[in-house]
Design a protein around this ligand. Sequence first.
Ligand code: RP5
Length: 165
Amino acid sequence: MAEQGAPRVGVIMGSDSDWPVMGAAAEALAEFDVAYEVGVYSAHRTPQRMLDYATSAVDRGLSVIVAGAGGAAHLPGMVASATPLPVIGVPVPLTTLDGLDSLLSIVQMPAGVPVATVAVGGARNAGLLAVRILAATEPALRERMATFQAELAQSVLEKDSALRD
Ligand code: RP5
């Protein structure tokens, strides 16, 4: 855990090999000083451990779970089936199929069990979306997100200016 305080967001993945992608979610949370925890929970290799994590998430104080996996990427959907918390799925691209398999595995959830799926490899956006979910009921965090958006817009304007120079 990189941030102080009880974790509010869980950043989990199916394998430690997902970390080079999923680290961007943790970085985004750290930028907003949101406490998070990270862990490896495999839907296929450690199914009971994954279910224990999902079913205990509320009692442990989590508000959002970011879950990334590649290939037969069942972790986000299975976690969403076992917790009432919002789950953000990150399709991790593997060397074969360029992540299309991961994307389809995560995005095609049955009605009633939503997973908010970001782009293939879109872990940073997953972290930012988790911040926005928290910010919906926290004015101070919402203000920081608004500042972040203003800075993002400013960076585009500066690039536009540089092109014209
Ligand atoms: C998935 O299988 C993981 O999320 C990972 O993306 C993929 C490969 O895992 P390793 O064989 O590298 O452990 O469950």
